[in-house]
Design a protein around this ligand. Sequence first.
Ligand SMILES: Nc1nc2c(ncn2[C@@H]2O[C@H](COP(=O)(O)OP(=O)(O)OP(=O)(O)O)[C@@H](O)[C@H]2O)c(=O)[nH]1
Ligand SMILES: [Mg+2]
Length: 519
Amino acid sequence: MSSSLSSLNCYRPRHDSSDDEPEAMVEGKAGWRGSSSTRAGKQPENVWPPYPPPDESELERAVRLEEEREAKLVSDAIDRALEAERQTLRRERKLETKLLLLGQSESGKSTMLKNFQIQFAPNAIRAESDAWRAVIHLNLVRSVNFLLDILTRPPSNNHPGDSSPTTSSFSNRVSATPQPNSDLRRFKLTLSPLRQVERILAKYLSAHDVPSADDSRAASPTGSYLATAADVTIRGGHSWRALCQPRREGDDEGHSRHSDGRVDPVENARQILDACRADVVLMWTSAPMQAALRDEGVSRDDVCAFFLDDADRIMQKDYEPTFDDILRARLQTDGVEEHHLTMETGMFTSRAENGQHWIFYDVGGARGQRASWVPFFEDVNAIIFLCSTAGFNEVLAEDPTVNRLLDSFTTWKTICSSKLLVSVQFILILNKMDLLDARLKEGIQFSHYVKSYKDENDVEHVTEYLKRKFSAIHRHHSPEPRKLHMHSTCAIDMDTTSAVLLRIRDTLLVTYLAAMELI
Ligand SMILES: Nc1nc2c(ncn2[C@@H]2O[C@H](COP(=O)(O)OP(=O)(O)OP(=O)(O)O)[C@@H](O)[C@H]2O)c(=O)[nH]1
Ligand SMILES: [Mg+2]
C-alpha cells in the first residue's frame, strides 16, 4: 500500500495547466522539466503529467486537462491521508516514554521500578499481589533453610569481624559456627517441611528450578548469578506472575484443591508456612541463632531479615503483602524485562498525566547480562542509571577481584560514551544511601577503598565526592554536551524516594511536552 501511495504521490501539477509551454515556469529546478534536452522536444521518462502531444486538438486538450485535474485531486487526498498517518504515528510514539534502568546487579534497579509502580500505578501493582506473596514467601523460606544449614553444619576456620571487601553475599565467607545444640536440632526437624515449600514456590514462580540455598553461589541454568541466600532468579518477562494460581477454598481434609480435584501446591505451601510460623519466630529470635549470625558475619540483607523479623505476620495463612513488603521482595532480574506503567490518577498525578504511558526496561545487571542492554539504547527517551553507594567496600558477586564502586564508574563511562545515547535524558541515582551512612558511621573508611578521597568520612562529603566524580565522567565522555540529573535515594524507603520520583517525573514530563511541541 505504501509503495503504491508513494509512486502515485510523484504527481506534480503543472504551474499553468492552460500553458502548453511550461518550461519557463520551471527553469532551473532540478529534476523537473527544465533541462536543455526537454527544450529540444524530448520527453524525459518518469515525468507526470506528460507533455501534451504537439498536434493536440481542442477536445483532446480538454480531456487531458480534466484527467490531470482528477489525478491531482486523488494525489492531494493521498497526501492528506499520508500526513494524517504520520501525525498519528508521531502522537502514539510521543504518548509513550521509554526508560531504560541500568546499573550493576543489586544496585536497586528493580526496587526503583517498584517505587514508580507503587507511586504512579498503585492499583496495577496491587493486582499482582498474589505473585509478590509467592516471591516474598520464597525469599523467607530460602533464608530459613539457609540459616538452618549454617547453624547445623560442622565448624571451619572463620575470621569474624574481617573488614576486607565483601560481596554482598554471606556465602563466600568461611564459618566457625558453634556445634548445634538440641534446640537447633529440633528446629531443623520441625522446619524440614520448608524445604518442600521452597521447591513448590520455586517451581511455581520459575520455568526453571531455583537453586536451593546450598547452591546459592552456583550459576543458575540461565547463567545468572545468585549473590545471597535470599536471591531468587526468575526468567525475564511477565509470565512468572501469570504462573501464580488463584486462591482455592480449603476442602474437608484441610487441603485446597483445583476444580479437577488436584491439590493446589501453592495453597498447601501456605498452610505449611502457617503451621511452621511459631517455630520460625522462635528460631530467628533464639540466642544461638543471633550469636551464630554475629560469629559468621551474616548481614541482615543476606537473609532477608526484614521478612524474618515479621515472620509471624508474613507466614499467616491470610497474609496480604503490603507495598513495603513488595518493595523489599528480592527477585534477581534475568535478561531484560519490559514493564508497562499507565499513570493512574491519584495524589501524585494530575489529570493531564493520567493515562500517560511509560515503558520501563529493567535489565539484569550482572556482567554476563550487560551485552543484552545495547539493543535497547536506540529506542529510549531516558536512561536511569543506579549506583549502589554501599558498593565502596564490596566486590562483584560474579568477579570477586572487582570493587563494586569501581565497576559502577567503569560502566557509567561506557554508557556516557555511547553515541547511540546522545539525545537521551540521563538520570543518575546514587542508591543505598542508608547503607553508606551506616557503614561510614561504623567507622569503615571510604578513603581506604577510594585512594583519591581525602575528605571527611561522613555521608555528606562522600556523596558530594561521588556526585563530582560521576558528573566529571559524564562531562568528559559524552559525545556531545548533555544535561545530567542526579539524585540520591534509599530505594527501600518509599517516603523519601517519593520526592525523588516526583522530580524525575517532572524531568520526563518536560521531555514529553517538548516532544509534543507544547513547550
Ligand atoms: N538497604 C537498602 N537496600 C536496598 C536499596 N535498594 C535496593 N535494596 C535491596 O537491594 C537488593 C537488590 O535490589 P534490586 O532492585 O533487586 O537490584 P537490581 O539492580 O534489580 O539487581 P539485578 O536484578 O540483579 O540486576 C534487594 O534486596 C533490595 O531490597 C536501598 O536503598 N537500601
Ligand atoms: Mg533487577
